[in-house]
Ligand binder design. Structure first.
Ligand SMILES: [Zn+2]
Length: 338
């Protein structure tokens, strides 16, 4: 895939929710040569505008891809030098257990558990990070209270164009928007806001003020969605390598039918492989855009991902490529009936 090195670079950057600077600076570097306007708002969203040409059906379209990843934060430094942590976003204790994490200053550690991990259920409060410190005083030389840490998970190639990495949720979306912007030469009928949001994993926080500021006619979340094509705890219809998923509904949003139909039309016209998405767990920035200002029509584009919210997410390069093409086609779509 074109520019795959950029996808890898994005996944390896540190971006625990609320601490997205490293990711934002990579994106800023990539988008600046292609954008009409790049600004960062007070909460940390990166708002990138590419204008279209004036016309009778011109829409303001806001794409939102969150930069943040799930992670942990030090809530107490214990006398024995172990670090008690809390979750930043939804974490699964079972996948965190015995895993490696990195703090922003490069300090690394391993996540352990007091007692049986089975007894911890999913209580992140039972977990701790061992950085190798001798005691509390020693630990404070390396890590302070409130310091966030995130998973280490190298970028790997698997069979059939699948890739595995930490933070595919949602560096995939960031990558897709960057690549779609690069394909936008400004001759399209709409003004496109490519928005890289913060703190989605903490309740879609960043996209709210961004949508209030932009007041888009159409909002589109660009994110991942759980796959259902492997033995797992979820049931649904989404399959890797079957194309980009067009969101119809999740527990936080019902997508506008005209937008769903426009996405399907774009895919059929451009021969972009696609599938539909209906899930009964999770949510995306589509929900907060939907409820912003006096209400906004929204849709969603998602890449089906196995093992979401852990250090070893798996997704398909073919689906990612299809998502870039759908973002580009949707941006260029003429919305005559809206
Ligand atoms: Zn996400």
């Amino acid at each position: 895939m074109k520019n795959e090195a950029l996808l890898e670079e994005l996944t390896q950057a540190f971006g625990v929710a609320g601490f997205e600077t490293e990711v934002r600076e990579i994106i800023r570097r990539e988008v600046e040569p292609y954008a009409d306007e790049v600004r960062e708002d007070a909460i940390g969203n990166l708002i990138v505008l590419k204008k279209g040409v004036p016309g009778p059906h011109k829409k303001r379209i806001m794409f939102a891809a969150h930069m943040d990843e799930i992670g942990f934060m030090v809530k107490k430094i214990l006398p024995d030098g172990m670090l008690q942590i809390c979750g930043m976003g939804w974490n699964w204790a079972g996948s965190a257990y015995n895993e490696r994490v990195r703090f922003r200053n490069g300090t690394v550690g391993v996540i352990g558990c007091r007692g049986w991990i089975e007894d911890a259920k999913n209580d992140i409060g039972k977990l701790f990070v061992d950085i190798g410190a001798k005691d509390e005083k020693d630990a404070k030389n390396y890590v302070k209270l409130g310091e966030p840490c995130g998973y280490i998970g190298p970028y790997l190639h698997m069979q059939n164009d699948l890739v595995c990495s930490k933070s595919l949720d949602n560096r995939i979306g960031c990558f897709q928007l960057i690549e779609a912007l690069k394909e936008n030469d400004g001759s399209g009928p709409n003004d496109i806001y490519y928005v890289f949001t913060v703190q989605e994993e903490l309740g879609c926080r960043g996209s709210k003020p961004a949508a209030e500021a932009i007041q888009p006619d159409i909002g589109v979340a660009v994110d991942i969605t759980p796959a259902h094509d492997y033995p797992c705890d979820l049931e649904g219809s989404n399959t890797l390598n079957e194309g980009i998923a067009i969101k119809i509904c999740d527990p936080s949003v019902v997508c506008d039918e005209k937008i769903v139909n426009a996405m399907e039309t774009c895919c059929r016209e451009k021969d972009i492989p696609f599938q539909f998405e209906v899930i009964d767990r999770g949510g995306t920035d589509a929900s907060s855009m939907n409820l912003s200002h006096y209400g906004v029509k929204v849709g969603g584009i998602a890449v089906a991902t196995r093992y979401p919210h852990c250090q070893s997410c798996v997704a398909s390069l073919r689906d990612i490529e299809a998502g870039i093409r759908l973002c580009a086609a949707f941006a260029a779509h003429e919305f005559e009936d809206m």
